[in-house]
Design a protein around this ligand. Sequence first.
Ligand SMILES: [Mg+2]
Length: 444
Amino acid sequence: MSNSPAESPSLEEAPILHVDLDAFFASVEILDDPSLRGKPVCVGGAAERGVIASASYEARRHGVKSAMPSVVARRLCPDLIILPGRFDRYEEYSHQFHGVVNDLTPDYEPLGLDEVFADLRSLRRLGVRPLDAARELRGRIREELQLECGVGLGRNKLFAKLASKQSKPHVVDHQLVVGEGVVWVSPELEERWIAELPVRALWGVGPQTATKLHQLGLRWVRDLAKVDEETLARHLGAAMAATLVAYARGEDERTVTVHRELKSLGHDQTFAISLTSLEEVLSQCRHHAGVVARALRGQGRVARTISVVLRFDDLESLSRSQTLPFGIDDESALTSVAQALVRSVDLSRPVRLLGLYASSFLERSDNQVQLSFDVVTEGDRRNEAIEQSREYQVSSASLRDALDDIRRRYGASSVGVASDLASQGLRIERQRGSHAFGPEGPVK
Ligand SMILES: [Mg+2]
């Protein structure tokens, strides 16, 4: 099968990248115990009914593959070392791997621990070429994680994933053949390339579906491309039939789904001149609350936990937080809680840094702010603040939506609380303290 031509594709031709770490679990085990290098190593179940989860290339030379029963693997390779697996360790590597991809683009979608799809289109502004990005990514993974990987580039997810598979080392007659590392499927190659693949290579075709397809006389993707979708639907169901026929024609509408599990969102600021009065700190609370509230609303979320962090001139820090029975995204509601928290702190030392963070998110549509609750205790300032924030959250909803609309249309500086207005209009600080965590998909 022919591979990528020499010329370098544009982002329009190769917007989707797929990267897959080679023999991931086994490679991590070898990195942590160099005495395993060059030996046939697997991670999997060593017991009678165990299955191989990951096999080193040395093991693959003997015909050992993932998903193979360990009994069969042992028969093929009597010296096989089967290790039980340390998923905490693989997750550490996986986080590092996602970090390297995130440096390339935040538009990525992890698939299991060792694969990622990335949409490169946001790199257009930087003039990045997909092949350069792919090579750089591969170099960094090799340098920083000491792991090998294959990278595929294509017009859609289907071709990107098929290409990364093609880019990897493979075994021919018990000998390891080095892969190209990076493969791009050009539009000219697409049709020829996919036609030559066995149906089993297509995404979603497991052993059972493959058997059914074989029984129908469909062995190759080119057979699938010719088949009548309705006939196929009678055997595989409408959804599977439609997907496979589309794949066989090289069509794949799936987008890279960026899923960032945001744990906290916040804003902090170190002051050039430390704040020495309560009034100044309270005023900064309102400013920070505005920034955080707008960020929350931009994401359609409300937060139940509000925290403030203060750092003093002697560099000692402290934090206070309050969890509410409902979520808030309203500036006055956030201000009310944050100010109550600040008032609970001894402010006899100058304040060098103030941070305001929101966490414990709810979708805005799931928020039950209207429900009455019964926590107000006479004289308790925090509970008063909670009750006040609820009133703000409920009463100012329509006003808030109107102001957000104005900001969207005329820019962030057009609407602000009067006290926030500097000569340049309302200044929006760069948001810090927003952490993106890659999701931890199921172990494959
Ligand atoms: Mg892999």
